[in-house]
Ligand binder design. Structure first.
Ligand code: GLC
Length: 642
């Protein structure tokens, strides 16, 4: 809504900063009232609220001025193309720069590899300075502006970004919003007794408040980092550390923290970041008597970030890494008048987990039960779809989804943990339980895509049929998430069938965290095997490559709220239809190791069914028959039928 006081604030800044860009002025005018309203709501009572609000407005102007012409041009192109990131032309990969290519400039040399695979969107796992041994894979940031030395320099990042942009590729990096390393300058000042910086964190004189809060705060790493506070003897205080004890939670009740972190966000935007992954946004607001997750203020802060980014660096989309219950994930897309003005993306963690559920049980009912919740995603926002990432697999889907399928939630999750977590000896999967909580029996699962699909044990057994089955499962899992809607982001190594890497056990900085078993160091000699027809690497790589190619050839796969789930009348088979207008493509997946029948009736809509279908995967054609006839689906087979 128009507000003359705010308009004057804009006008005076446009003058003093000599900004002539009409688009910027327009976006500023459109968003300032909302930004002010949220700022006032969160920080209104803070003594420095006014001054810091003005600083925030100044930051938006400087961020705009610092934005290079090429990036502004790219912003304009993105704006023109509609919501650019909903396109079926995007396919991503998430990787550790050091483990994949050594350095940022090494990674630049590998851009051809991605082009060959079809990947045009890279998520670089945290690349900013982080203390060796207390790093959490880079998620304990010591300096938000300095690249980790072993990876290179900020210029190397710029060069990489420029080369990627030239090739039409997109860049995603993280902003670790919730916490800093205890070696960050702010933490060091706080440790030295500086009160101003102690207020950047949550610190308490004694255990009274921590004890009270810990009653409701779930532990994130109960084995390696129990509790949510640590005692720091240098300052004789209890410091909040929700994740590892070396990751100190930032205090967002202090507006200075917000304004400083927003400046870092703009800094990243102006490095040419296309999608900013906001790490752990569910945790950024804490309140005694709550779980300290998903609180309304956390959403308000994210909305404020979005509104500011829309003004100053509009081409950068936001991904909220909220790995939370299905209903709560939806809230990260924004609610009410902020719908699609919060995070542009969320991880489809629910779907990822139910894919693993279906693979373990050969029963897709839990997956189907999850869909009505997932369908609530608003048009204009999107998912990151994935089978594996650098983190563990959490079984955080709702109990009612399991109950609807006729299972008991506790026993069902136990089955899953036993199947994948290295407990059940005759399971084909080799994984491990992660973050086992002895108090609640909760646990998550670590393991690479290939190992969880059985390749590790199959290779050890040298049994051809077991290897074949594992490869089929890997491809099925990747295919299932490739066409679902959203940007598929592969985890590096999975395109080559890397099995678990147990060398992390030899490194004391990693041994306490078994997520490292699925974060491989790429062996380029092994990758070379992809050139030799018939090798495992070749089978997996070429299948992944083909899946991406097919994705890019099907416009129905763009994420436009254009998915219908089919009634397959067979628990092991699941199908979804993607459509635009009259054009429909049917994606059918058999999650069981047995041959299954799918009645042709499943293809009927409004009394009509197609007469002929062609499978883009196998090249086979099928004449659609009567209700009593069926499409026969081989073990772990899938179809892309149009
Ligand atoms: C996110 C990251 C995870 C990290 C945590 C703490 O969940 O994905 O790897 O441990 O945040 O920063």
């Amino acid at each position: 809504m128009y507000n003359s006081t705010y308009q004057q604030k804009i006008n005076s800044r446009l003058g003093s900063y000599k900004i002539k860009d009409a688009g910027f002025a327009q976006r500023f005018g459109a968003n300032i009232s909302d930004i002010a309203e949220i700022f006032q709501y969160i920080y209104g009572k803070h003594p420095q609220a006014q001054v810091l609000f003005d600083t925030l407005l100044d930051q938006m102007c400087t961020a705009h001025l610092d934005r290079k012409a090429e990036l502004k041009k790219r912003d304009a192109e993105k704006e023109k193309s509609g919501t650019w990131f909903l396109s079926n032309q995007l396919a991503g990969m998430s990787l550790y720069v050091d483990r994949f290519a050594g350095t940022l400039s090494g990674l630049r040399q590998k851009l051809d590899y991605f082009e060959d695979l079809g990947v045009n969107y890279l998520h670089l796992m945290p690349i900013f300075k982080s203390p060796e041994g207390e790093s959490d894979g880079g998620y304990a940031v010591e300096d938000f502006r300095a690249i980790e030395e072993k990876l290179g320099t900020i210029h190397d990042l710029s060069d990489l970004q420029a080369s990627m942009q030239e090739k039409g590729m997109y860049l995603m990096i993280d902003i670790v919003l919730n916490h800093t390393s205890h070696h960050h300058e702010w933490a060091k000042k706080a440790q030295a007794g500086d009160k101003e910086f102690q207020d950047y964190f949550y610190m308490f004189e004694d255990r009274r408040i921590p004890d009270e809060m810990e009653k409701d705060m779930p532990e994130i790493f109960p084995e390696s980092s129990p509790g949510s506070f640590i005692y720091d003897e240098r300052i004789d205080k209890w410091v909040m550390t929700v994740f590892h004890q070396y990751q100190w939670d930032l205090n967002y009740t202090n507006p200075k923290v917000f304004v400083e972190m927003l400046a870092n966000i703009f800094y990243y935007a102006n490095l040419g970041v296309d999608v900013l992954r906001i790490d752990a946004p569910a945790f950024i607001w804490k309140q005694i008597g709550t779980t300290c997750q998903n609180l309304p203020e956390a959403h308000k802060l994210l909305q404020m970030i979005k509104l500011c980014v829309e003004v100053a660096t509009p081409g950068m989309a936001l991904l909220g890494e909220a790995i939370v219950a299905p209903a709560q994930i939806m809230e990260y897309f924004g609610t009410g008048r902020f719908a699609t003005h919060e995070c542009d993306f969320a991880y489809n963690a629910t779907h990822m987990a139910v894919q693993w559920d279906a693979l373990a049980t050969a029963d897709t009912r839990v997956m189907l039960a999850a869909q009505s919740e997932l369908a609530k995603k608003p048009l204009g926002a999107s998912w990151i779809t994935y089978t594996r990432c650098h983190d563990d697999i959490g079984l955080g889907y709702d109990d009612h989804m399991i109950e609807q399928s006729g299972y008991t939630p506790y026993l069902h999750r136990m089955y899953m943990k036993n199947h994948y977590g290295g407990v059940q000896e005759d399971s084909p999967a080799s994984g491990a339980l992660f973050a086992v909580n002895p108090k609640t029996q909760d646990a998550r699962i670590s393991g690479s895509l290939a190992s969880l699909c059985g390749l590790e044990k199959a290779l050890a057994s040298k049994k051809k049929s077991a290897i074949e089955t594992a490869i089929q499962k890997i491809i099925l899992m990747q295919a299932h998430c490739m066409f679902l809607g959203g940007i598929p982001v592969l985890f590096y190594g999975d395109e080559m069938g890397y099995t678990n890497d147990y060398s992390y056990l030899q490194d004391p900085g990693k041994a306490y965290d078994n997520r490292w078993m699925h974060r491989p160091v790429i062996d380029w000699k092994k990758n070379k095997k992809a050139d030799k027809v018939g090798t495992v690497e070749n089978r997996v790589f070429s299948a992944t490559q083909r899946l991406i190619r097919i994705r890019k050839s099907l416009d129905v796969v763009a994420d436009l709220k254009n998915i219908d789930w089919m009634a397959c009348h067979n628990r092991s088979v699941v199908g979804y239809e993607r459509f635009i207008g009259e054009k429909r493509v049917y994606f059918i997946f058999n999650f069981s190791g047995q041959e299954q029948d799918l009645t042709w009736y499943a293809f009927e809509r409004n009394g009509k069914r197609p007469s002929q279908l062609k499978d883009a995967w196998s090249g086979k054609s099928f004449a659609v028959g009567s209700d009593e006839e069926h499409l026969s689906c081989g073990p772990y087979e899938f179809f892309i039928l149009s």
